[in-house]
Design a protein around this ligand. Structure first.
Ligand SMILES: NC(=O)c1ccc[n+]([C@@H]2O[C@H](COP(=O)([O-])OP(=O)(O)OC[C@H]3O[C@@H](n4cnc5c(N)ncnc54)[C@H](O)[C@@H]3O)[C@@H](O)[C@H]2O)c1
Length: 459
């Protein structure tokens, strides 16, 4: 049986209208498909109905509301819309528990709901990140409670979502889609769906498990690679060497099918994916008696970076003769990375905590994050503007360089003398660092700055 209509006007239901679901739904609707977003959170739906988009993602708001205005996209809590769709995408959250195992309530809830509306000929595509075997062992039996048989009456496939926050909308239109299906028909139909709907390259794999592992392999590699960059930064710091010079030069070498590609060090890794997916690998392998040590190593190194970064600042303040206990520290950029408002697992939280342990007066500012969420997470109010954050500051910690911060005029900021600029993710070029020093600032980056000439000798 074919699980994809030849109809030009394909209809899609996106089950789980969070970060990923909203980006996909908006992109598909923008490309002319008829899309219904379904989410269990009535507040989220109400916000959207009132024209508010809680996800700070470039191009998302305008694309989504344009599609809604054109009647191509609607969002609802009503799951009956599931039965009308040609294709159902599952994009619910898949967090992990403390032991690294999948917290599968959202996935189970979505599948149970879908089973009550499932009909013959539909194609169900799981996009949430899951340990290998989950689509076959959890999703399939729950859907088959409908009385229909997977691969016979309805199609089932796994195609991971590989977008990164901040660049999600562009990546959705360009990244190849990896696809594994339950049987040949599902596999062929899901490949055709993504080619038709997004116009992107599809990489077919032999099984759903292979596609599930691809997503985990991507994030395992990214997290471990960043851990390498972070340790390289610590190594460079011993010698007063700028890690960015080392990374750029090291990456000029060809290896395998591409170049060496060491990523950038930073204040730490956050967000909802990289902080959990390596644990998913570790836990699911462990259940089969295989100990995956690189996943753990990457996690441990990266989880230690906020503390390392905070102490770079605290130590530098002390070397400048300033007592951290009476210092004023402005933390600018709280999201887990540049140009997103996402605070999930943000490493900046642990930095702020370390600063506060010293007794310092800590102020926080980020125009992209939700003020209520930030106040709860940091136990501090956001300052209205950057000037209020940095007034009389002894340290400005730039922990996420959003576009709004790119034009900060350091010359006019009302800071204290010898104010430290702590660069957690700004990657200021050398010319900017030199200009900051000209203005009387002290610069400290991760594996950067702090040369022997700046602050005494480095052995
Ligand atoms: N955020 C990212 O950058 C990213 C990137 C790639 C992959 N992923 C993966 O995509 C998946 C979704 O991530 P996200 O960041 O969008 O999560 P999210 O928490 O932002 O969104 C999940 C949404 O699903 C809804 N939901 C939960 N149970 C439901 C149910 N039974 N019926 C309907 N709606 C339900 C929730 O209300 C929520 O709005 C996860 O598996 C994640 O690992 C995320």
């Amino acid at each position: 049986m074919r699980f994809l209509s030849d109809d030009e006007d394909l209809s899609v239901a996106v089950l789980g209208f969070g970060y990923v679901g909203s980006c996909i739904a908006a992109t598909l609707a923008d490309r002319g498909l008829d899309v219904t977003g379904i989410d269990a959170d009535p507040r989220l739906v109400e916000e959207l109905e009132n024209g508010y988009n809680r996800f700070q993602e470039a191009e998302l708001g305008e694309t989504m509301f344009r599609a809604m205005g054109a009647g191509k996209l609607r969002v609802t809590t009503d799951t009956s819309a599931l039965g009308a769709a040609d294709v159902v995408l599952i994009t619910v959250g898949t967090p992990v528990l403390d032991d690294g195992s999948l917290a599968d309530e959202q996935l189970r809830g979505a599948c149970t709901e879908l089973a009550t509306h499932l009909r013959k000929g539909q194609l169900v595509v799981v996009k949430s990140t899951v340990p290998p075997g989950t689509t076959r062992r959890i999703v399939l039996p729950l859907l088959e409670e409908s009385g229909l048989t997977g691969g016979v009456d309805f199609g089932l496939a796994f195609t991971p979502e590989r977008l990164a926050e901040g660049t999600a909308m562009k990546e959705l239109r360009t990244f190849p889609v990896v696809a594994g299906g339950l049987g040949i028909e599902s596999a062929e139909n899901v490949a055709e769906f993504w080619r038709r709907s997004l116009g992107v390259e599809v990489i077919p794999l032999d099984s759903m498990e292979a596609a599930e592992i691809v997503k985990l392999a991507d994030n395992w590699w990214i997290d471990l690679n960043i851990a390498l960059a972070n340790e390289l930064a610590k190594f460079c710091a011993i010698h007063g060497v700028d890690v960015l010079d080392v990374v750029a030069a090291a990456n000029s070498m060809t290896k395998g099918t591409g170049n060496i590609n060491i990523l950038l060090p930073s204040v730490g890794v956050g967000g909802s994916c990289l902080t959990k997916d390596p644990w998913m690998v570790w836990e699911s392998a462990g259940r089969h008696g295989v100990d995956i040590r690189t996943a753990v190593a990457g996690r441990e190194v990266n989880a230690g970076m906020p503390e390392y970064t905070a102490h770079l600042a605290i130590d530098t303040l002390e070397r400048l003769g300033k007592d951290p206990a009476t210092a004023t520290i402005a933390v600018v950029g709280l999201a887990f990375k540049n140009n997103t408002g996402d605070l999930r697992a943000t490493p900046t939280r642990a930095v702020v905590e370390e600063f506060r342990k010293t007794g310092a007066d800590v102020r926080i500012h980020d125009p992209l994050v939700d003020a209520e969420q930030a106040a709860e997470l940091f136990d501090l109010p956001l300052t209205e503007n950057i000037e209020d954050a940095v007034r009389d500051a002894d340290c400005i910690a730039v922990l996420a360089l959003h576009r709004d911060f790119e034009d900060i005029d350091f010359a006019t900021l009302p800071v204290n003398d010898s104010c430290l600029v702590l660069d957690g993710r700004a990657y200021y070029p050398k010319a900017t660092i030199a200009a900051l020093r000209e203005l009387g600032y002290v610069y400290q980056g991760i594996g950067r700055g702090d040369t022997p000439a700046d602050l005494g000798t480095v052995a």
